[in-house]
Design a protein around this ligand. Structure first.
Ligand code: UD1
Length: 418
């Protein structure tokens, strides 16, 4: 069992390159099911979640070939399996993203109901309502969801909540439907725009992605394409916080600054300085930063996927900060672990009240989910003494070589097998 060992107190300096966005790569790999031609995807990061979805595609009968590291060639034949295996879906909720593509191209999709999730109740009702509006029959039996339809038809779909993956799943289903679909109150995350651009590069007709209303004009079939996904704004945000928490000076390359606006705005409010040009951004934080209040919201609000990391920073800033989580109901699992390192945090309903302390102290701690794991790594960077982080598998789901990248920036961090 691996753990990450950090001896805190080193200032981070240097340059780090950001990978392609996990949350764009996953739906885009699923979207390859829609294409009759070959899809060549560049810059695919070697993340555990990416391996899981690639395995899932292969189990369905999709040909996924790694041409060289980061370059995938994918081809979906005319006949494949349409039932997603439970052992892979239970590893990763995002597996549900194969449902829209399978349903619209093959007329049927059977996917296990995603089970419980550490960060709260995560239903897929909005995905299913969307498919039903397009004309699919949905049946839930023996732990599986089965969706079927001879043909899908364009419809107006209003999402009760701008769910990120529901927007993508419905958009993917609608590209081969007959007629025009409008998704209203759609999620506006940059990854959704990336998926739409990918689909359009295969011949889909989507406009409005990145706004509240997405219009999808159905087409008969989609062809092959070559594509590179956008950079990961959450990985980037995590390194911005790493620089800020260590009072360092770090430059990120391969970033889209616009996508980082909500995170940069908060770090600036806390006192960090930024310089950016041509796909790079430099963050400088020489002084102890000030506390700021943070409230998570769908994009362009502050991302829930950065809440835990930001909280680690607030643990050591000057003053009191209120961190409010509005997207997920139980996304404070890192709080108890941060408290074990000396953080002063009190939870009141959906908010955590964080009183900045002078110092955190290294301790053995456990990552309970991906971003909680990242927040513990960040806390370990400033904690006095040694922090041992267990549950590293969670971190591997979303960060490529976080240990090597932080080492290169000057952190005293290693990965050990116990
Ligand atoms: C995606 C991201 C995840 C991020 C989240 C919120 C991927 C693969 N994952 O997850 O990293 O944390 O967006 O930005 O892109 N909901 C329903 N019914 C549904 C779907 C969602 O009630 O059918 C609720 C959820 O319970 C949650 C909220 O909507 O409270 C937001 O979830 P959603 O936007 O769907 O998150 P995901 O798409 O699962």
């Amino acid at each position: 069992m691996d753990r990450i060992v950090i001896r805190g107190g080193r200032q981070l300096n240097g340059t780090v390159r950001i990978e392609s966005a996990k949350n764009a790569v996953l739906p885009i790999l699923a979207a390859c099911i829609l294409s009759r031609g070959e899809c060549l995807l560049h810059g695919i990061p070697p993340l555990h979640d990416v391996f899981t979805i690639s395995q899932l595609l292969m189990r369905l009968g999709v040909a996924v070939r790694t041409e060289r590291p980061g370059l995938l060639r994918i081809h979906t034949p005319d006949v494949i399996q349409t039932e997603a295996p439970y052992d892979l879906v239970r590893k990763m909720r995002a597996s549900v993203l194969v449902m829209g593509p399978l349903l619209t191209r093959f007329g049927v999709a059977k996917v296990p109901l995603p089970g419980g999730c550490a960060i709260g109740n995560r239903p897929v009702d909005l995905h299913l309502k969307g498919f039903q509006s397009l004309g699919a029959d949905i049946e839930i039996k023996h732990g599986f969801i089965q969706a079927s339809a001879e043909r899908l038809y364009g419809a107006r779909i209003y999402l009760d909540y701008p769910s990120h993956t529901a927007t993508e799943n419905i958009m993917m289903a609608a590209v081969l439907a007959e007629g025009t679909t409008y998704i209203e109150n759609a999620a506006e995350e940059p990854e959704i725009v990336d998926v739409a651009n990918f689909l359009n590069s295969m011949g889909a007709r989507i406009t409005g992605a990145g706004t509240k209303v997405i219009r999808i004009e159905g087409v008969r079939e989609l062809g092959g394409t070559e594509y590179a996904c956008i950079p990961d704004r959450i990985e980037a945000g995590t390194y911005l916080v790493a620089a800020a928490i260590s009072r360092g000076d770090v430059t990120l390359t391969n970033v889209i600054t616009e996508h980082l606006k909500p995170v940069i705005a908060k770090l600036q409010e806390a006192g960090a300085e930024f310089e950016g040009r041509n796909g790079t951004i430099r963050v400088i934080a020489r002084e102890r930063l000030r506390s700021v209040d943070v409230k998570t919201l769908p994009y362009p609000g502050f991302p829930t996927d950065m809440q835990a990391q930001m909280m680690s920073l607030m643990c050591v800033t000057e003053g009191i900060s209120i961190v409010t989580e509005t997207v997920f109901e139980n996304r404070f699992l890192h709080v108890e672990e941060l408290k074990r390192m000396g953080a002063d945090i009190r939870i009141e309903g959906p908010s955590a009240i964080v009183r900045g302390v002078e110092r955190l102290y290294g301790a053995p701690v456990k990552a309970t989910d991906l971003r909680a794991g990242a927040s513990l790594v960040l806390a370990g960077l400033v904690a006095e003494g040694q922090t041992d982080i267990f549950g590293v598998g969670h971190v591997d789901r979303g960060y490529v070589n976080i240990v090597g990248k932080l080492q290169a920036l000057g952190a005293d961090i290693s990965r050990v097998n116990t």
